[in-house]
Ligand binder design. Sequence first.
Ligand code: GDP
Length: 311
Amino acid sequence: MDKDARIYVAGHRGMVGQAIVRLLEAEGFAAPIIRTHGELDLTDQAAVRAFFEAERPSHVFLAAAKVGGILANDSYPADFIRDNLAIQTNVIDAAWRSGAEKLLFLGSSCIYPRDAAQPIREDYLLTGPLEPTNQWYAIAKIAGIKMCQAYRQQYGFNAICTQPTNVFGPGDNYDPETSHVLAALIRKFHEAVRRGDETVTVWGTGRPQREFIHVDDLADACLFLMRAYDEPDIINIGTGKDISIADLAAMIGEIAGFKGAIVYDSDKPDGTPRKLLDVGRLRALGWQARIPLKAGIARTYEEAAALLDDG
Ligand code: GDP
């Protein structure tokens, strides 16, 4: 990909899209093409086609999606399946129609079977039932993968599919109802310390294990793959290490300076017991995550605390 390539970042206001835009700028690429939601509704097929015909991007990072944590997924299943199917179908098809050279589709680690062996290899896709709480999102993402593979097979379109593990970092969503666990816990511990609360409540049992990647590492992996990977097979993006929700809560509590007790609300769902990606394929290509979890969280905590105190 040349430095003056016409790169479109779909979803540039989201956490991942923002990080991709920051990285492209830092690496000296020409300013990417971007559109806000108000300027271009990606669920509107005609608008998306017209945009691609007019702009004719050569490379597309498809980071636009309706995303949310375990409760959001469970509460708005129709929105999750409809919006994600529409966004990805419109963007993948319009990119191919308008002659784009390459598209990178961002999937998710929740596409894998709930009880997949760990660490999860790419070829475990569609070998068992999904976790019910986020199946709507997962099915949409699986359709996106199959669409990329079908467009490659039938039309020779260079669309690649990446499956990132749970992401955190600047630009995350801190709304307690819809956020993912790491952002939710940053907010809970920060507010507890500020108010002098004696307890913080963590959902579920604390026993599930999750793997977390800093969004700057994820953006770096995406750029790496946009340059170096042209295969139909999906590829995992992770750190290779996971942590229990209880240990994560203890780590964030320590960063926040919380001295009270952590309590568990077992009325809330645990979701998938464990989600650790096998990153052997990505490592073999020569890429590895660089930001250690604790340092990444400490950095994110400072940014989030400033934001939460402001508003
Ligand atoms: P998941 O990876 O799709 O399950 O999504 P989440 O990041 O929302 O949740 C991960 C795990 O963290 C689940 O077991 C949740 O029950 C647990 N968890 C604990 N406290 C919280 C919280 O305050 N918010 C969220 N979203 N999850 C929490």
